[in-house]
Design a protein around this ligand. Structure first.
Ligand code: AMP
Length: 113
């Protein structure tokens, strides 16, 4: 989508620190980290949010999970990390392109705020 900042990161129009990439997903550092390790994992396909994904997105949703686990391993965070997606403005979603936050490197409280 032309006015989506994450689509612009995928196309290279906006720079980001890429951690991992494959044909379907991109992992890059969050601009405003909330933990020592804070990476966003996104599909290259523009999907607005998890709530708007459908059965046709089944494969990409699986690939996102595996990309997140591989990203955690690359960053040596596989023993303790949190993967979270905010779906909808009320849940804190500020970018309308599906993304998972991978957080690690500090004590992660539960329940989250
Ligand atoms: P959310 O609030 O769940 O939609 O998360 C969006 C995340 O995108 C926030 O944590 C932002 O810090 C992050 N973000 C926004 N713009 C950029 C960017 N250009 N590069 C990296 N991270 C970004």
């Amino acid at each position: 989508m032309s006015d989506c900042i994450f689509c612009k990161i995928i196309s290279g129009e906006i720079k980001a620190k890429i951690i991992r990439e494959d044909s379907f997903t991109l992992s890059f550092l969050d601009l405003n980290p909330q933990a020592p390790t804070h990476v966003l994992i996104i599909p290259k396909k523009h999907i607005v949010s998890l709530a708007s994904a459908d059965e046709g997105d089944m494969e990409i949703l699986g690939r996102l999970q595996l990309a997140a686990a591989e990203t955690a391993r690359l960053l040596k965070a596989e023993k303790a990390f949190r993967l979270v997606t905010n779906s909808g403005k009320g849940a804190g979603q500020s970018v309308d392109h599906l993304h998972y936050h991978l957080l690690a490197g500090r004590k992660l409280l539960w329940p989250p705020g």
